[in-house]
Design a protein around this ligand. Structure first.
Ligand SMILES: NC(=O)c1ccc[n+]([C@@H]2O[C@H](COP(=O)([O-])OP(=O)(O)OC[C@H]3O[C@@H](n4cnc5c(N)ncnc54)[C@H](O)[C@@H]3O)[C@@H](O)[C@H]2O)c1
Length: 294
């Protein structure tokens, strides 16, 4: 039988701080396929995430198909806005929620990972994070600082993660990110440079696939997911309407689930997808194919 088997593989899923988003479902489906999973968590959200885990508040969602529980091998602090600790401003480094975490930069996370597991230690990297401080602003009303922050955190961070983790990935490695069709079509309400960040992310996926493929033999793909009411998406303010609109107007008139995305990620990370790289895969119930609303 042809099945997805990630036994013996280690994944690092960046952008997990609760059980309500794509990152969590991706981590869970990786574990269901046999992988061990580390996560990178934004320091401001880390305390509550650890508390919820400790108090068993996520136990229902952590249940795996074989009856065991999803366990995170490590939870690393990660602020994807910073490549090195020195790049973080003083007020961030001394902020209580950051100061207690040590080196929360991308470089710091990579160092902890290799200290914990050795040089060639990871097979799958997932970038499931985004942040645009002015997301509620029209692009016309977005400041330069807001725009650069959105693109830096949500797109450049994929380049930084790939370049720093590429040397530590084992043969057949796979890098995945999450994008949204606001990169190619106008989605009113998805502002602040977030549409620009997703366009950059998709273009970078193609270039990184070429460069990292040649340098390390790894694959780079991105999943263009349909609207889903995660915590991050709720911050945009229009997510419920977007979910309903997609449901009514898609070829498959049903709500997208986080597991739809998790299952695709597990496939893309597996040897079954050895021929797929540099691609944007739509997991959106087919909405992207429509040219007219119903
Ligand atoms: N929910 C949707 O409708 C939708 C649709 C398409 C694509 N996506 C993409 O999916 C990915 C995951 O988002 P989600 O909707 O599952 O929400 P989510 O809230 O589960 O994930 C976003 C994560 O990003 C983290 N984060 C924010 N700023 C960070 C930073 N500076 N450093 C490190 N982590 C940071 C948050 O703590 C959170 O854990 C994002 O790239 C998002 O753009 C979401």
């Amino acid at each position: 039988m042809l099945g997805i088997d990630l036994t013996g593989k280690r994944a690092l899923v960046c952008g997990v701080a609760d059980d309500g988003g794509f990152g969590f479902s991706i981590a869970k489906q990786f574990a269901n396929a046999g992988a061990s999973v580390c996560v990178g968590t934004w320091p401001p959200a880390m305390g509550i995430f650890e508390t919820l885990l400790r108090r068993g508040k996520m136990d229902d969602s952590r249940k795996l198909a074989n009856g065991s529980m999803l366990e995170f091998e490590r939870i690393y602090p990660l602020d994807a806005a910073y490549d090195t600790l020195a790049a973080a401003p003083e007020d961030v480094r001394t902020n209580k929620r950051y100061a207690e975490r040590g080196d929360f930069s991308i470089e710091g996370m990579v160092k902890r990972l290799t200290d914990d597991f050795g040089d060639k230690c990871v097979d799958i990297i997932v970038h499931s994070l985004a942040n645009g401080s002015e997301v509620r602003n029209l692009l016309l009303d977005t400041s330069r600082a807001g725009y650069l922050q959105a693109v830096g955190v949500s797109a450049y961070s994929l380049i930084s993660l790939t370049s720093k983790l590429g040397p530590h990935m084992r043969a057949g490695g796979s890098v995945l990110s999450l994008t949204y069709m606001a990169s190619e079509r106008v989605i009113p309400g998805y502002g602040g440079g977030m549409s620009s960040a997703k366009a950059a992310l998709e273009s970078d996926t193609r270039v990184l696939a070429f460069e990292a493929g040649r340098r390390w033999g790894i694959r780079v793909n991105t999943i263009s997911a349909g609207p889903f009411a995660s915590r991050a998406a709720s911050a945009i303010g229009i997510i419920e309407a977007m979910v309903e609109y997609a449901k009514v107007n898609s070829p498959l008139p049903e709500e997208l689930t986080a597991d739809d995305v998790g299952n695709t990620a597990a496939f893309l990370a597996s040897p079954l997808a050895a021929g797929i790289t540099g691609t944007t895969i739509y997991v959106d119930k087919g909405y992207h194919a429509m040219g007219k609303s119903l």
